[in-house]
Design a binder for this molecule. Structure first.
Ligand code: FES
Length: 652
């Protein structure tokens, strides 16, 4: 007769195994993704399974039907110490007694998938660079002298079948103590190595180490630094924190920081020190929030634009301030945290994603990793809007990239009533096309300005200004209501038919809100404001249009808006303004902080690092400054929505 059949769900993998085979063993032989840190010793509980049909052993006695979830002595002991959920068994303890069906719950999979809600984005599959292994080490013997490290490595080879040729220098300082304290049983953290480094032991704990190890995904922006602290075993984000980039005191925007370094001897070094200090403060903060020791942070991934990249690495960004915008290196970098004076685990690793070009940095590479245009069947345009717009256009066949200088208008800067997105800022606008009367919503309240209770709802914040998404909606609504013409000019009271259009003798402005009676500001949209937004949106559109020329297409299948700004802007209004190419509204989605997500993917999956490096090598870089058609597109795109191109979907 044949050995019993073992079927694993959800993988569907199956095979025949002799009675008495541990489920963990069967899983390994079939290549089923079942986790284990203790190597089947009943200590780690990472191997939990749910028996769904069949016979399992209990205290050596076979039980039929669903009572099979009964535990053996090892499981009972584990349950009394740490708790084992009812209905679960340890895969290393349950053995095959007859035909069985076994479900591997998501948290027991090594390459588990970290949940991402957006269907079109890539999944995050766990495959971190640092993993934990529990090992029993042979005791030293006078007759066969060998070092403790050598015997630990032999244990890893024999019990886990992995070759770890090396240990980080820091390991030797605590290895012997840990081995003896753990009675020759230890848990080790092993860095898996990569194309140009071999696996290496990073840390040794006596006995079975019950804690976890952590990694950081850091989005180093010119204004803010945002970090996610992730559990490297579960993939979960355990804490998130942000900080203003301390370099702001050397210049608000990137170019002013580049010129600070040009004008001041040692200026670049000052900015390097500032950002590293800020980083360390942020890491202290995030570790204390998660209540973990900062020395348990063993890996960190950074994404940033080219200027931030250079300043963080201690490279003078001088060359990035002038044509041809040469980077010191565009390759991905694998460094140690201490090289960058970061205070994490003593041998914590650091990974910087590759830069795409002199203007298109590792942050854009991270967006490409998160949104995966290179894996898309349909043609996708990905736009990350900041003071520069990074634009990617592509599908499976090829991906093009460029950056376009949109300036700070989308962030509310250089706008008469403009402000950063903060409580009190107008963020949503509607204008009645008949009466030309506006209604709006303010950050911090869910009510529209014409709804009951609005005044009370904004009592604490007041109405302080209009943010980037608000100004876009305002201008788009003004265009729809006929207050602004296609060239961007606001009509007079007589032309438009509302006293809200106010003349200063030369141009007109539209008054959204008169707060003067209550001592608040008057919020208006002026012609220069519209001009500033026209310039910014024309830059964005022309970049996208240029890539479409190069791709030889007139339309795109879908548009992804990335970044904090992209998350807030309304697709309809962006299209009314002609900011993005004409496309069905439901095909325009927001990706939130895609650069941050890309950093998290690279942190949790070492294969994704190699993947994005290969992708970036294939991305075709377009330099907008040297393309004559860019100017042409820019002039056309200055009109609302565009003086030369039809927006057929918008028109319907
Ligand atoms: Fe560790 Fe089963 S493998 S408890």
């Amino acid at each position: 007769t044949k050995d019993p059949l073992v079927v694993f769900t959800p993988s569907g993998k199956r095979g025949h195994f002799p009675v008495g085979t541990p489920i963990l063993t069967a899983a390994r032989q079939l290549g089923v993704d079942l986790d284990s840190v203790c190597g089947g010793r009943g200590i780690c509980s990472k191997c939990q399974i749910t028996p769904s049909y069949g016979e399992f052993s209990k205290h050596g006695v076979t039980v039929a039907d669903n009572a099979l979830s009964e535990w053996n002595a090892v499981e009972e002991r584990y349950d009394s110490k740490r708790g084992l959920p009812k209905g679960r068994r340890l895969g290393c303890q349950a053995t095959v007694q007859g035909d069985v069906v076994i479900d591997v719950p998501p948290e027991s999979q090594v390459h588990k998938q970290v949940v991402r809600k957006r269907a079109e984005a890539r999944d995050i599959i766990m495959n971190p660079t640092v993993k934990l292994y529990y090992v029993e080490v042979v005791e030293p013997d006078m007759h066969e002298p060998s070092g403790d490290l050598e015997r630990l490595r032999e244990g890893l080879k024999a019990q886990w079948d992995i070759d770890v040729p090396k240990a980080d220098p820091h390991v030797l300082t605590h290895l012997q103590q840990a081995l003896r304290k753990g009675a020759w049983k230890v848990t080790v953290a092993v860095h898996q190595g990569h194309s140009d480094s071999v696996p290496s032991i990073m840390q040794v704990w006596p006995g079975y180490y019950e804690g976890s190890i952590y990694g950081l995904a850091v989005d180093l922006g010119s204004t803010t630094i945002a970090a996610h602290l992730c559990d490297l075993q579960s993939g979960e984000v355990v804490a998130s924190s942000g900080l203003m980039n301390p370099q702001i005191r050397f210049g608000e925007d990137l170019m002013s920081r580049v010129s600070y370094s040009m004008m001041n001897a040692g200026g670049a070094a000052e900015m390097t020190a500032a950002v590293r200090d800020g980083m360390n403060a942020l890491f202290t903060q995030i570790a204390s929030e998660a209540e973990i020791d900062r020395a348990l942070i063993m890996d960190a991934v950074f994404v940033c634009n080219p200027v931030m990249h250079h300043l963080f690495l201690g490279i003078d960004p001088f060359e990035l301030g002038q044509a041809p915008f040469a980077l010191a290196t565009s390759d991905a970098l694998r460094l140690e945290a201490r090289d960058l004076e970061l205070n994490l685990h003593p041998s914590a690793r650091v990974y910087l994603l590759p830069c795409i070009a002199g203007h298109v940095g590792a942050d854009a590479a991270a967006v490409a990793l998160s949104e995966a245009p290179d894996k898309s069947e349909d043609l996708v345009l990905v736009v990350d809007v900041g003071t520069n717009a990074e634009i990617l256009l592509g599908n499976k066949s090829k991906v093009l990239a460029c950056s376009s200088p949109t300036g700070p208008a989308f962030e509310g800067a250089q706008i008469t009533s403009g402000q950063r997105a903060a409580p009190g800022a107008i963020e949503r606008v509607e204008i009645n096309p008949i009466t030309k009367e506006p209604r709006f919503r303010v950050i911090g309240s869910d009510l529209w300005s014409d709804e009951d209770g609005f005044e009370d709802a904004i009592a604490t914040t007041g109405i302080t200004g209009i943010c980037g998404s608000g100004i876009i909606e305002a201008i788009a609504e003004m265009r729809i209501a006929g207050i602004v013409d296609a060239s961007g000019l606001i009509g007079s009271t007589e032309q438009v038919g509302t006293p809200r259009c106010i003349s200063d003798g030369r141009t007109h402005s539209y008054m959204m809100w008169d707060g003067s009676a209550k001592g608040g500001p008057t919020i208006t949209v002026t012609n220069p404001d519209i001009r500033a937004i026209q310039m910014a949106k024309a830059a964005l559109y022309s970049g996208a249009r240029l890539l479409m020329d190069k791709f030889d297409v007139a339309t795109v299948d879908r548009v992804v808006l990335a970044g904090a700004f992209g998350a807030h802007i309304s697709p309809k209004h962006a299209m009314v303004l002609g900011m993005i190419p004409d496309c069905a509204i439901e095909k325009v989605t927001s990706a939130g902080n895609a650069a941050g997500t890309g950093a998290r993917i690279a942190l949790l999956n070492s294969k994704a690092r190699e993947e994005i490096e290969a992708t970036v090598r294939r991305i075709i870089k377009i330099e907008t400054a040297v393309e004559p058609r860019f100017q042409e597109h820019f002039v056309n795109a200055s009109a609302i929505p565009n003086s030369a191109e039809p927006f057929p979907i918008l028109a319907t």
